[in-house]
Design a protein around this ligand. Structure first.
Ligand code: SF4
Ligand code: SF4
Length: 92
């Protein structure tokens, strides 16, 4: 961790995340059972279950845990994820 690293992770990361990493495109479709797994797995605590449905906040890191680990495959990211496979490493 030298000075350059600290500079890059100081001002650059917040700017990068605020402009390029958006959670607004996440939606849960009709297959959602309200199980809450997406909220439990989100490392940023960015998902809350409201009235039995997930709601995404603004602190997403795009780790894709929610979309890939939903047991009902109910989550989509806009139209980009439609029809695409979900995957994750065993042991996560
Ligand atoms: S993990 Fe899937 S089924 Fe469970 S609450 Fe989240 S979107 Fe709904
Ligand atoms: S992509 Fe990752 S950080 Fe973003 S809402 Fe889903 S689980 Fe949370």
């Amino acid at each position: 961790n030298n000075l350059y690293d600290r500079f890059m992770s100081g001002p650059v990361n917040p700017i990068f995340y605020s402009f390029f990493v958006k959670a607004k495109a996440f939606t849960a479709g009709g297959a959602c059972t309200g199980c809450g797994q997406c909220a439990r797995l989100c490392p940023a605590n960015n998902i809350t279950i409201q009235n039995g449905r997930p709601a995404w906040g603004g602190d997403c890191t795009h780790c894709m845990a929610c979309i890939c680990r939903c047991p009902a495959e109910a989550i989509e990211y806009g139209k980009k994820s439609v029809g695409k496979p979900r995957y994750y490493f065993q042991g996560e």
